[in-house]
Design a protein around this ligand. Structure first.
Ligand SMILES: NC(=O)c1ccc[n+]([C@@H]2O[C@H](COP(=O)([O-])OP(=O)(O)OC[C@H]3O[C@@H](n4cnc5c(N)ncnc54)[C@H](OP(=O)(O)O)[C@@H]3O)[C@@H](O)[C@H]2O)c1
Length: 339
């Protein structure tokens, strides 16, 4: 994998060959192509993290053709910090490259106190995007998402807010996240009538969490909607990170909010070890095999990765060297996953 040798913390010039190394897939039936790997700022971009490490991760990503950076209002800690830190980096590194980037943000989870800082009202979504734009220092985002379904707000109101935001020019496209197949089909229908087609769905999908295979991917294909799948490495579990215990620098030890020792069972670790052996036979890291396994389905537009170092991102980019699976490899993986 090529590294941009001209690394200078103060002045960034993107690698000239950045588009030669990436594959792009069309996002549903839209005009937008996304890189098959995207980078998310959920972790490692908060005020408790190192901004220079964060800077290096984004530069390494873009230098290898990753044009899509994914944020949300509440990424941090604290809430809003990832957008603020991205805003700092944007002013220093990314402004000249704005038209080469797909930036996204979201609202839908708890953000500020009171009844207007959560879920799916028009009031919340429109105010939240205005705050996000201020924190990031940009005039618009490329994709704005409703982050999760809201059981109590009429879907017409939430989708109407997304349509309004596009008409305001504050987002170019809209997406939804964590919506079930039936909710997705309804959202598609409402948005189509409003004249703002649904670009993309952001569901969780990995070797260990395959719920999208039970209907969601079928709906997306039928309706011409793309997909960006999150936590593809199960927050680090589907890598070599936990093969020999719990390292101090791992998310499970350092953070522990969403992944911790108690959430990782011995049975899961046994599967991780068996998968690691299969990856080794393919001359891949486990992370690379777990990513390639998701990309074998053309309905997956892009795999949304997190990283705590640019070294990890380079490992993940190495996936592109081997995306093919033989039938026997797929059967061996299936046996481990279903075992
Ligand atoms: N829409 C939603 O509701 C939602 C929810 C969650 C996430 N997301 C999006 O999805 C993005 C990715 O989620 P995620 O961070 O859970 O993804 P992930 O790719 O499953 O996990 C990323 C973590 O795995 C470890 N890792 C990554 N590459 C590695 C490698 N090559 N070798 C060893 N370890 C490696 C790192 O953990 P260590 O820190 O331990 O090194 C890294 O922080 C988020 O940033 C966010 O944009 C969306």
């Amino acid at each position: 994998m090529q590294i941009n040798d001209a690394y200078d913390p103060k002045h960034y010039v993107a690698a000239a060959n950045r588009y030669e190394q990436m594959t792009y897939r069309r996002c549903g039936r839209s005009g937008i192509q996304l890189p098959v790997l995207s980078i998310g700022l959920w972790h490692n971009f908060g005020h408790t993290d190192n901004l220079e490490t964060a800077r290096h991760i984004l530069r390494t990503s873009f230098d290898h053709g990753i044009t899509h950076f994914d944020l949300a209002n509440n990424y941090g800690p604290p809430f809003g910090a990832a957008e603020e830190n991205f805003g700092r980096l944007y002013r220093q590194d990314w402004k000249p490259y704005r038209d080469e980037l797909i930036l996204s943000t979201k609202a839908g989870w708890d953000m500020w106190p009171g009844p207007y800082g959560n879920f799916g009202s028009r009031k919340y979504l429109i105010a939240s995007l205005d705050q996000s734009l201020r924190r990031m220092g940009v005039d618009y985002v490329d994709i704005f998402y409703h982050h999760r379904p809201d059981p109590d707000t009429p879907l017409e109101e939430t989708m109407g807010a997304l349509d309004h935001i596009v008409r305001q020019g504050k987002a170019l496209y809209v997406g939804i996240s964590q919506y079930k197949p039936e909710e997705t089909a309804r959202a598609v229908e409402i948005l189509r009538k409003l004249g703002t087609p649904l670009l993309i769905h952001q569901p969780r999908y990995s070797m260990f969490d395959r719920w999208v295979e039970n209907g969601l991917l079928d709906v997306l294909e039928k309706e011409g909607v793309g997909s960006i799948v999150f936590s593809p490495l199960e927050q680090g579990l589907l890598t070599n990170k936990y093969l020999d215990g719990f390292p101090e620098d791992s998310r499970a030890v350092r953070d522990g909010r969403y992944l911790n020792k108690g959430k990782i069972s011995d049975a899961q670790l046994a599967k991780v070890r068996a998968l690691n052996n299969l990856a080794r036979e393919r001359n891949q890291s486990l992370a690379q095999m777990a990513i390639a396994w998701l990309l074998k389905d053309p309905r997956v537009t892009t795999v949304l990765l997190g990283a705590s170092s640019s070294k990890q991102m380079l490992d993940n980019l190495g996936t592109l060297r081997n995306l093919a699976f033989s039938t026997s490899e797929l059967e061996a993986i299936e046996k481990v996953l279903k075992g």
